[in-house]
Design a protein around this ligand. Structure first.
Ligand code: NAD
Length: 501
């Protein structure tokens, strides 16, 4: 492990990753790999999770292709120095933010979207000019193998390395010093990662999970709500970090929703959903047993709940008549089980959510703007979607990440680039006599007058919005004045002028 990291560090120190052109080539190669090997990845995902082709493409391979395309399209802008506002003291200077790569970074993926969660951070890390060690999840072994086989064929092998293995390998890796660690997984392992990172004062992003609640207001359109929620719950058979975990609603809404959801499950997955090719499987026995225990211990009324251990299948299941102490409400479900808790009103729902860990996502279904405003203002979650679920993932201008126990840091689009960059502040001081005079008050002998002058020069002022247009307006006026002058001179000296002038 040490040699692997050292090889990367050597490559980084040589400056290989710095040129924009080099980063662009790596990104284009990554895109080419996803294009050329999409069927290999889809087959691996099918073996690991029995992922349907549409989910493998739309939520992993094509999703990634789009993400890499975004990096290719924007890397030129993202890496530009960002010139920032100045005070009077620094009026003649240049003040800018320069984006430095961090160095050698570790990316640890999770098994539920084993391709996307390892390679989306990679694309941003490449854009920012880092060397990367990728550690895909051992619980999706076929996808991990495909990543380990293909990455060295497409990306610079000194700068990008894949380490496979489980807990022993991860533990060994975490002993080493990285310049950044990007971890996706459970909060239990997140704590281990952060503790290991602390030894080297390495900054981390922790993309964790938790119970993402749903509130359905009585004003919501039941059919559309059911369609969107049943889809969001059942992709990857509920094993999605931002899957809607439990529902808060009135008794009347619960009944209407469940009846519509049952119709949809039949329509989409047939009389026997186990025979449907559109549903994944639970990843392994350990997770199956965990879910089976939750179902065995629930005090609620189970709608569905049929299980087949040999096939790692649990049918879409809804549970009603429970309270907050029920087995279904103790941990993140991460499976096709949807408990319902009835609440009297929106305020009670807000109180219920706020009494628990801050979730990764919060979903509110309503036709009433006051309801969405209430949840937006009075709750805290990594992200929030009104009238849908999970689709915020596709908007790469929105940062994706948790808050409190659901994680720290965020990524997607430009946010991934920023995560893997150091925003270095650069001040280029003017060396002219006037520049020196502007700052002369700082030198001894000190006096009250100098204190006042310095206070005036560095005072934080709110600059009126129109000020930023002044340079453009000045140019425009100067252009107009030049034209008038030209015309005047031309008249004076009888010069030929075009008709339009
Ligand atoms: P996990 O935390 O169990 O495992 C993640 C990785 O950590 C594994 O691949 C393993 O190599 C390593 N690991 C496990 N135990 C370890 C130990 N004791 N010491 C060192 N390393 C160890 O997570 P998981 O089961 O792969 O994923 C499920 C969790 O991840 C859920 O909570 C889910 O919500 C969360 N998740 C979050 C996101 C997100 O983007 N926020 C995405 C997917 C999953």
């Amino acid at each position: 492990m040490e040699d692997i990291v050292e090889d990367c560090r050597g490559a980084f120190n040589l400056g290989i990753t710095r040129p924009l052109q080099w980063r662009m080539i790596q990104l284009k190669n990554l895109l080419r790999m996803l294009d050329e090997k999409s069927s290999i990845f889809a087959a691996a995902l099918a073996k690991d999770l029995r992922k349907p082709n549409q989910e493998a493409l739309c939520l992993e391979v094509d999703y990634l292709k789009n993400d890499v395309r975004g990096c290719i399209n924007n890397i030129g802008d993202w890496t530009q120095d960002n010139y920032v506002e100045k005070n009077i003291l620094t009026l003649l200077d240049q003040t800018l933010v320069h984006y430095d790569p961090l160095g050698v970074v570790l990316i640890m993926g999770a098994w539920n979207y084993p391709l996307q969660l390892s390679l989306a951070p990679l694309a941003g890390a490449i854009s920012a000019g880092n060397c990367v060690i990728i550690k895909p999840s051992e619980l999706a072994p076929e996808t991990a193998k495909a990543i380990a086989d293909l990455i060295p064929q497409y990306l610079d092998p000194h700068c990008f390395k894949v380490v496979t293995g489980g807990i022993p390998e991860t533990t060994e890796l975490l002993e080493l010093r990285f310049d950044y660690i990007f971890f996706t997984g459970s909060s239990t392992v997140g704590k281990i990662v952060r503790e290991a990172a602390n030894k080297h004062l390495t900054p981390v992003t922790l993309e964790l999970g938790g119970k993402s609640p749903v509130y359905i207001c009585d004003s919501a359109d039941v059919e559309k709500t059911a369609k969107r929620l049943v889809w969001a719950k059942l992709i990857n058979l509920g094993q999605t970090c931002i899957a809607p975990d439990y529902v808060l609603c009135s008794k009347a809404m619960e009944q209407k929703f469940i009846s519509k959801a049952q119709e949809l499950v039949k329509e989409w997955y047939g009389e026997d959903p186990q025979k449907s090719s559109n549903l994944c499987r639970i990843v392994n026995r350990r997770n199956f047993d965990r879910l089976a225990d939750i179902l065995k211990n629930t005090k609620g009324t189970v709608i569905g709940g049929r299980m087949d251990k040999d096939d790692l299948f649990i049918e879409p299941t809804m549970i009603t008549g429970i309270d907050a102490q029920d087995s279904t409400m103790q941990v993140e479900l991460f499976g096709p089980i949807m408990p319902f808790i009835t609440v009297k009103n929106k305020e009670e729902a807000v109180e219920f959510i706020n009494a628990r860990d801050k979730p990764l996502s919060l979903y509110v279904f309503t036709n009433n703007k006051d309801v969405s405003a209430l949840f937006k203002e009075k709750t805290s979650s990594g992200s929030m979607v009104i009238n849908d679920a999970i689709v915020h993932l596709s908007v790469d201008t929105l940062p994706f990440g948790g808050v409190g126990p659901s994680g720290m840091g965020s990524y997607h689009g430009k946010f991934t680039f920023l995560t893997f960059s150091h925003q270095k502040s650069v001040l280029v001081r003017d060396f002219s006599g006037f520049g020196e005079m502007l700052g002369a008050s700082r030198y001894p002998p000190y006096s009250d007058n100098k204190i006042k002058t310095l206070g005036f020069l560095v005072k934080n002022r709110k600059i009126p919005g129109f000020v930023k247009w002044v340079p453009y307006l000045s140019c425009f006026l100067a252009g107009g004045a030049a034209a008038v002058m030209y015309k005047y001179m031309a008249n004076m000296y009888n010069l030929d002028m075009p008709d339009w002038f």
